[in-house]
Design a binder for this molecule. Structure first.
Ligand code: NAP
Length: 283
């Protein structure tokens, strides 16, 4: 890639950003399609967020990804918020054409799951009630899940999220319970979504939220953790003959959706996946 006078800039704002996988993923995509774009990471202190957005506008930057700790705060400085991003209450993508915020994290997980099965009319169990769970739960509802149960260590947090998703009108009443009750919920589940950090490097031998004996062959098991690629939970899913969906796919498809928002073009997902795996040292 050659940076020229005409090169369009997109990027990431967060604090910190130096370990992000997004620059290699997006720059590989621009290279593949021969597009005159470059993706860079900007470490933005929380006290500088507003001036960073105003400055980016002045500098004719085309788009941003937004990561921790700016995903909620940045909404104040945008002209428009996509409807589901508004329900989620966080954005991870900004399009500077109209200064509009989107949340592609949840779409990323949905597209990853839909590589294996359609979400429409399925019974879904979501473990965890933090930021990733919030983004994914609203999109599972939007994509037609029949029923949803949100299970969390802190049950009040699960109840709060379940109430918000129910009130969105995208789905009926969402259940909430303790994660220790997961076995009961898996009996009728089609899809299990784990948004807890259990099994994440370096704690790769953590006890998983569920075991092979609780899973049947038709269950689809998605783990948001992407390092390691095959988490303790996905190992159990494979042991049960169930269908694993890897966390790296969520990372990939959230990026692919952002790419489409900024450029209007379909992202070359194979090339982006290879760049991600190379960066993460996965095969
Ligand atoms: P978060 O907001 O801190 O939420 C973490 C959730 O996990 C909370 O519900 C928490 O329960 C639960 N939890 C944490 N430790 C637990 C434990 N030992 N046992 C049971 N529950 C536990 O974090 P987040 O932003 O949602 O991220 C969660 C995970 O998703 C991380 O591993 C992150 O890397 C991954 N993620 C992946 C992608 C991707 O693209 N693949 C994107 C975003 C996030 P309490 O409420 O009880 O504390």
């Amino acid at each position: 890639m050659k940076i020229k006078g005409s090169t369009n800039i997109v990027g990431l704002i967060g604090h910190p950003v130096e370990h992000s996988f997004s620059p290699p993923m997006h720059n590989a995509a621009f290279d593949e399609l021969g597009m005159d774009y470059a993706y860079v990471a900007f470490d933005v202190n929380p006290t500088d967020l507003q001036t960073a957005i105003e400055g980016a506008k002045s500098l004719n930057i085309k788009g941003f990804n937004v990561t921790i700790p700016h995903k909620i705060e940045v909404m104040k400085f945008l002209n428009e918020i996509d409807e589901v991003a508004g329900l989620i209450g966080a954005v991870n993508t900004i399009d500077f054409k109209n200064l509009k915020g989107y949340n592609t994290d949840g779409i990323g997980a949905v597209r990853a799951i839909e590589e294996v099965t359609s979400i429409k009319n399925k019974n879904v169990v979501v473990a965890g009630a933090g930021g990733a769970s919030r983004a994914i739960s609203f999109y599972l509802a939007k994509y037609g899940a029949e029923s949803m149960a949100i299970l969390n260590r802190n049950v009040e947090k699960a109840q709060g999220l379940a109430a918000d998703v129910s009130q969105s009108g995208l789905i009926g009443e969402v259940k909430a319970d303790s994660i220790s009750e997961i076995r009961n919920y898996l009996k009728d589940a089609d899809i299990l979504v784990d948004t807890t950090p259990i099994g994440m490097h370096p704690n790769i031998s953590d006890e998983p939220i569920a075991f092979a004996e609780d899973m049947d062959e038709d269950l689809v098991v998605f783990d948001a953790v992407y390092n390691p690629n095959e988490t303790v939970l996905l190992k159990e899913a494979i042991k049960a003959g169930a269908n694993p969906v890897y966390g790296i796919k969520m990372l990939l498809y959230q990026g692919a959706e952002s790419f489409k928002i900024w450029t209007g073009r379909d992202a070359p997902v194979d090339v982006m996946e290879k760049a991600l795996k190379d960066t993460l040292n996965l095969e």
